[in-house]
Write a protein that binds this ligand. Structure first.
Ligand code: ATP
Length: 319
């Protein structure tokens, strides 16, 4: 991340609180297909220059939401505004989209493909050349630039399609599952690219089933379950709802099954005891019960990870 990335993040958070730089606003958005409601009364806002995550299990309504924002599908009810204007009235060139269904022209060479998409969005060839050179280098595709897309691996095809989605420098970029199918090295490249685009002022909305990516990139998110928003707001606020209820203890002492007041569950994972507490304050009594003057290597009270929260919210009752 660039050194000023954190400053931008802080600036966006402050401005978000003041409500002065909201880019996208969804109010009471609903999508019905005959009797089936795919998205129900959805409300969220994204600040300018923010990375916002939309998460939910398969079929939760993420792609439907993206398609409504992009005006590829009509809303049944509700409004979607971009900088105060109905989004279907804004110039399409401010938008970039990586759809879930991947597809690039198989016979076209990588470089030609990117020129094609850039020129389609009205970019001049010399400006485009600089952008293409920059991103091809950044995504380690130099050796592939003259190759036909169909000869590329799936991951490389995805990188080309990703670049195509933002080569015209849109103000607002929507990425549907951008991480799927990428190996860990390419995931890292993509993460850094997303941060780079954010640092340049782009507003980014993305979906992912990989919670660690959402946790790393987003300050704000919306959690969907069967079309209904279970939570919309800051990641920290979501974590605070659960409190610091995950207690990890590493010690040579034999602690047994830890049936103590306030302990919901105790698991021994690798060389650590991992306890789920009913509330944060029980940790103090547990420490007193465990500590007998001997060295305890680790006694750590943490927020749940987004993955743990996600499983708690949708996993247990997932159909
Ligand atoms: P995934 O993570 O699997 O991509 P998603 O969250 O993107 O899922 P959507 O594709 O938005 O989910 O689908 C939400 C629901 O709407 C699903 O139950 C889907 O079957 C339904 N749906 C989507 N498009 C249509 C359509 N054209 N007609 C009827 N139902 C539809």
């Amino acid at each position: 991340m660039k050194p000023f990335g954190n400053l931008i993040r802080i600036y966006v958070c402050i401005e978000r609180e003041r409500g002065t730089v909201m880019s996208l606003k969804l109010e009471h958005v609903t999508k019905r297909y005959k009797d089936f409601t795919a998205v129900q009364d959805l409300n969220f806002e994204i600040a300018k220059g923010e990375i916002f995550g939309l998460i939910g299990q398969n079929g939760a309504g993420k792609t439907t939401t993206f398609r409504m924002i992009l005006d590829l599908q009509e809303t049944t009810e509700g409004t979607i505004m971009w900088e105060g204007k109905p989004i279907n009235k804004v110039n399409r060139d401010i938008l970039g989209y990586l759809p879930e269904e991947r597809g690039i022209f198989p016979q076209m060479k990588v470089e030609e493909q990117l020129y094609y998409f850039g020129e389609l969005r009205g970019m001049k060839r010399d400006v485009l050349k600089q952008e293409i050179d920059f991103w091809i280098h950044r995504f380690e595709l130099e050796e592939k630039r003259k190759d036909k897309a169909e000869t590329l691996s799936k991951g490389n095809q995805q990188k080309v399609q990703l670049i195509a989605s933002f080569i015209h420098k849109p103000k607002f970029l929507i990425l549907d599952e951008p991480f799927s199918g990428l190996d860990p090295v390419n995931k890292e490249l993509l993460k850094n690219a997303i941060l780079h685009l954010r640092d340049e002022g782009m507003t980014i909305l993305f979906s992912s089933h990989q919670m660690e990516n959402v946790e790393e990139l987003c300050d704000h998110l919306c959690l969907l379950k069967r079309g209904v928003s279970l939570f919309s707001g800051s990641l920290l606020d979501l974590k605070k709802q659960y409190g610091k209820t995950k207690l990890t203890i590493r010690t040579d002492l034999q602690l047994g099954d830890m049936t103590l007041p306030g302990v919901k569950e105790c698991r021994f994972v690798k060389d650590e005891y991992v306890l789920a507490l009913e509330a944060e304050h029980f940790a103090q009594d547990i420490f007193a019960a465990v500590y007998n003057g001997q060295y305890i290597e680790k006694f750590s009270l943490d927020y749940l990870s987004l993955e743990e929260i996600f499983k708690d919210q949708v996993g247990a009752h997932h159909v």
